[in-house]
Design a protein around this ligand. Sequence first.
Ligand code: NAD
Length: 294
Amino acid sequence: MATVGFIGLGNMGGPMAINLVRAGHSVTVFDLSDVACQQLADAGARVAGSAAEAAVGMDYVLSMLPAGKHVAATYLGEDGLLAQLESTTTVLDCSTIDAATARQVGEAAAALGVGFMDSPVSGGVAAAAAGTLAFMCGGSADTFEKGRLILKDMGRNIFHAGPAGAGQVAKGCNNMLLAIHMIGTCEALEMGARNGLDPKVLSEIMLASSGRNWSLEVYNPYPGVMEKSPASNGYKPGFMVDLMVKDLGLAMEIAGQCDFDNPMGQLARELYSQHQQAGNGQMDFSSILKKLQD
Ligand code: NAD
């Protein structure tokens, strides 16, 4: 069993850290929120007074923070964690952030001899609680081998995408495609419904045909087709529109860095941004159907 410092105990980090406690690891946590820390204390973790106190001397340091600026502030600079860690510590940042910051932190870690891997996840709060997340990792082969020994206690599929930053690129590609096929699925279902088809029957037809995709199969956006989908529960998230807009912004940055024109991704971002600005940021991302219906 390992010693783990866990920083960032929000909707995702909280249940992930609890799974590490349950797996028998010695977990020390830090979050700016006392409430979040208390939940982990109740689950059996030790609460530190600072990120450094949670991280220094641990086998692993994990973080699950909102955005690149939080990750950079936590790890970089003279006061940052990297400067205080020993080479025996492996750092896994599971936040969804821009690939450029992930590469920057990876390079700084390499210069100091600390193993670092960006390890963003696919799967929402339910998967974090169930320990069934997918991890997309960017780092050296050595760091990946060490990292997966602990990631396996929070997830089911652990992929080595390439060097530092590659995990964030994989996440950006995946979520851009998710947005595109969700919008496409909504369009097809609405077009069928307006022509008198039952969305449930049309879903069955497309699931057995070449239109089959994840949005249709496990996350049907049409209310009433799938009992447990957010669509059948008032579009309660699930995966919020706000987070999809964030992820599409990161995908556009990735495209921009390689001078790649991605018209479908750009349109998906525009549609989701409009949907967010209309006051739907806190709704599940499958509610984009309502925008098409309006
Ligand atoms: P959240 O806002 O619920 O949690 C973030 C936590 O980080 C908060 O508890 C906050 O207090 C803490 N924090 C912020 N700055 C800190 C600092 N400097 N030191 C210590 N703690 C700090 O967010 P979340 O939903 O848990 O998402 C975290 C990351 O996971 C994001 O990058 C998000 O894009 C990604 N993600 C979220 C989901 C989802 O469905 N929620 C799914 C996949 C990926």
